[in-house]
Design a protein around this ligand. Structure first.
Ligand SMILES: [Zn+2]
Length: 464
């Protein structure tokens, strides 16, 4: 039986263009919204004003402090075999070098997988590591922060990250978690065309380079997550937390990553808020900031609100929602949640993909680490596609509105809203919490804990 509530909510989303229009406004009016930029706070205030207009309650900007970063000029000069200046930009949280720059021979680590670092670890000390963003052939991504972490661990003095996708697009991405620190050694991004040229020179013999960066690191910078709620009825103390980060990287407007996800959750909030009083649990929407600099907004949110976390029955992270035609729920834990969502897909008459995942690089992570059942909702891409293009347009200057398909935003908002109608009214337990000790044990066993240690993101006790 499909309820009148389901029909009305889904019809409301299907017949509206609000998500796409909000996305255009966010990108055109506020630019990247990247933490520390001029557009960040006005965009947060705009999102809050929209949530109020939609009828959400307890709408607020929720502040936190982090290690801020502002892009400066970056220069890469090839010194040997001949002097050439190479087009580059800093990676987020790159520290400034001394004015004369830092010099070193280049060591090439291919796609920079951990085993490649282990194999060459004796050749890295005092050198500048060059590696690409290429994922594994299986479609598994090895995070840039892992590659950078290994470079630092083995004594590199610089890090050059090559976009493996052609098109003269320089990659960006953060080097360290900004709730803790900036990078220790300079890290810069170059396009595939530039990078492959460097790699050819290395093949011919020694290449040495000079890196000069002038980025600014600003400890104790303030940022804001945007929060709004649809209060529940008899189970109002139980919360379903729906999140998506609203900022992009500073070199683009972040229309895909993650303006799309932010407007998807806002659209679900708009359609559902008209029916306040028909949901047993409270649905809390959070548009996170500073996700792009080490999952910082959500990590700080979880730390700041640690006393409320036991009220959260489920965290749904929508980073990547609305970016593709098909949608997938990826379950972090517990196992029973995958079965529950598969069953829910059946109840929704929607042949949705439900998979398992283990990745620390988005806003579900700090909640998963606290034992809260956590899942991501995102656009589905096949492992073959991920193996080929990795992040694709995102984390480059090409993450712009023209890449967004309005219907995909609607579809994702409908899947989310439809799920929330069921989840908020679930009479039983959605999924059991996992004791933190159990999560720590699993992360140690799977090797994930080592990856997080290399990234300096291992903090089961305290985030700072
Ligand atoms: Zn993202």
């Amino acid at each position: 039986m499909v309820s009148e509530l389901e029909k009305t909510v889904l019809g409301e989303i299907w017949s509206s263009n609000e998500a796409y229009e909000t996305l255009i406004h966010l990108c055109d009016e506020f630019g990247s919204r990247f933490a520390g930029t001029e557009g960040e706070k006005p965009s947060a205030e705009y999102i809050a004003s929209k949530l109020r207009e939609y009828g959400l309650e307890n709408v607020a900007l929720d502040d936190f402090k982090y290690v801020g970063w502002k892009r400066g000029e970056a220069k890469l000069e090839l010194l040997e075999p001949r002097n050439v200046e190479i087009y580059t930009q800093s990676l987020a949280l790159c520290p400034p070098t001394p004015t004369e720059g830092i010099e070193g021979d280049v060591v090439y680590l291919g796609p920079g997988f951990p085993e490649l670092f282990e194999a060459k670890k004796d050749e890295i000390h005092g050198k500048i590591v060059l590696c690409t963003s290429q994922p594994r052939p299986s479609g598994a991504m090895v995070h840039r922060r892992t590659k950078y972490g290994y470079a630092v661990k083995y004594g590199a003095v610089g890090f050059i990250f090559v976009n493996h996708n052609p098109g003269q697009l320089m990659p960006t991405g953060s080097l360290r978690p900004a709730y803790r620190m900036a990078g220790e050694i300079p890290g810069i991004g170059v396009s595939w065309e530039t990078g492959s040229n460097l790699i050819r020179m290395l093949d011919k013999g020694l290449a040495s380079v000079r890196i000069t960066t002038s980025d600014i690191v600003t400890p104790d910078t303030e940022s804001w997550n945007v929060v709004g709620e649809i209060p529940g009825t008899d189970l109002k103390d139980r919360v379903i937390l729906v999140g998506a980060h609203f900022e992009g990287h500073d070199i683009a407007v972040g229309a895909l990553d993650d303006g799309s996800g932010a407007v998807v959750i806002m659209e679900a909030a708009r359609a559902l808020a008209k029916h306040q009083g028909e949901f047993r649990r409270t649905i809390r929407f959070v548009c996170f900031s500073a996700e792009e600099i080490g999952v910082t907004g959500s990590t700080c949110y979880a730390a700041k609100h640690s006393d409320e976390l036991d009220r959260i029955d489920l965290m749904i992270n929508c980073d990547g929602a609305g970016r593709a035609t098909d949608h997938v729920y990826r379950v972090y834990g517990p196992d029973s949640l995958a079965g529950y969502l598969q069953d829910l897909a059946g109840r929704m008459h929607y042949n949705m993909r439900v998979g398992r995942a283990m990745a620390a690089s988005s806003d579900h992570w700090p909640f998963y680490m606290q034992g809260i059942p956590a899942v991501s909702l995102s656009g589905y891409r096949s492992p073959a596609e991920v193996a080929r293009v990795g992040r694709g347009w995102t984390h480059t200057s090409a993450d712009t509105i023209d890449k967004v398909v309005p219907k995909n935003l609607k579809d994702a908002a409908m899947v989310l809203a439809h799920s929330l109608i069921h989840l908020a009214n679930e009479p039983g337990t959605i999924a059991e919490r996992t004791p933190v000790e159990e999560i720590v044990r699993r992360l140690e066993e799977s090797g994930m804990a080592d990856t997080l240690r290399v990234q300096l993101k291992w903090h089961p006790d305290s985030i700072r």
